[in-house]
Design a binder for this molecule. Structure first.
Ligand code: ADP
Length: 276
């Protein structure tokens, strides 16, 4: 167990996992996520992204090697509760994640279960709703919300538990473009405020908001770098059945004509254009 103050928040060390005892989803996997990083995991269907996300939340534990979260071994049952309550996981379907009819009660559900006392609870609920841009929605009913608003309530419910990592597993997949943009705005804001974020998405343009992009194939890390390095490797990405964002294709095309525009992917204006 690594208790050093600068230990990464997440560390997969020679890790292997199989659902059926035979076929490994990943094996000999090494992956570290430092505190404060915004990491995007990309990869085709079945490449192991969700399985990795569930390991970070200790919902699954490795069969081989080790996964440490916050320096704690996820297989050690004494840390399971600590890891789960500090690594918040948001799933794809917003309807699966809301538990109460009133937004206020929904957001309060997690911290209430953690035993947060009442005045502090109300404070946490309103701070979390403010964070996701839903201040004043406390008394609204959850069923009347749009998909994007529901996902933001789901995130607020996690934020109210004061987690150290936010894991988004295809959280934008079922949202319309407006809902996706709103959610990405919240995610970027949280990262700017210091939250460690692991985001799984199949919308490549969302990866432009991350600091680091890891591309998986059959449980193996095939690419690992800043978005402006990874997203321009169009031939390799297409080989992995990943669609290169239009802006990157445009950048490459201009670059072939002698214009060096690839670094622009880091530009805030372009990110805004890509992700809203
Ligand atoms: P991704 O998120 O990249 O689509 P997953 O982590 O969901 O990939 O899946 C990786 C592999 O594990 C796939 O081959 C998938 O069929 C298999 N798998 C995922 N969940 C289960 C499960 N609950 N039981 C058995 N196999 C599973």
């Amino acid at each position: 167990m690594d208790n050093s103050p600068d230990a990464p928040f997440v560390r997969f060390q020679d890790a292997g996992f199989t659902y059926d005892g035979k076929a490994f989803v990943f094996q000999h996997l090494g992956l570290e996520v430092p505190q404060g990083q915004f990491l995007c995991l990309l990869g085709g269907n079945g490449s192991g992204k969700s399985t990795i996300a569930k390991h970070i939340n200790a919902l699954l534990t490795p069969d081989e090697g080790q996964v440490e979260v916050f320096g704690k071994d996820t297989r050690d049952p004494q840390f399971t509760y600590f890891i789960r309550s500090n690594a918040g996981l948001v799933f794809q379907n917003p309807d699966d994640q809301l538990v109460a009819t009133l937004i206020e009660n929904d957001v309060a559900f997690g911290p209430e279960n953690l035993g947060v006392p009442n005045p502090q609870l109300r404070q946490r609920v309103s701070a979390a709703l403010e964070e996701v841009g839903l201040s004043g929605f406390e008394q609204h009913e959850t069923f009347a919300l749009s998909g994007g608003q529901k996902q933001r309530v789901a995130i607020a419910g996690i934020l109210a538990m004061d987690p150290a990592i936010l894991i988004l597993d295809e959280a934008t997949a079922m949202l319309d473009p407006r809902g996706r943009k709103g959610l990405m705005r919240v995610v970027r804001q949280l990262h700017e405020e210091g939250m460690t974020i692991v985001m799984i998405t199949h919308f490549m343009e969302e990866a432009a908001s991350a600091q680091r992009v890891v591309v998986l194939q059959e449980g193996q890390v095939r690419m690992d770098g800043a978005p402006e390095e990874v997203l321009v490797r169009s031939d390799e990405l297409q080989h992995l059945a990943l669609e290169v964002p239009f802006a990157c294709r445009l950048a490459l095309s201009l670059q072939r004509r002698g214009v060096d525009v690839a670094p622009c992917i880091t530009d805030d204006a372009l990110k805004e254009e890509l992700c809203g």
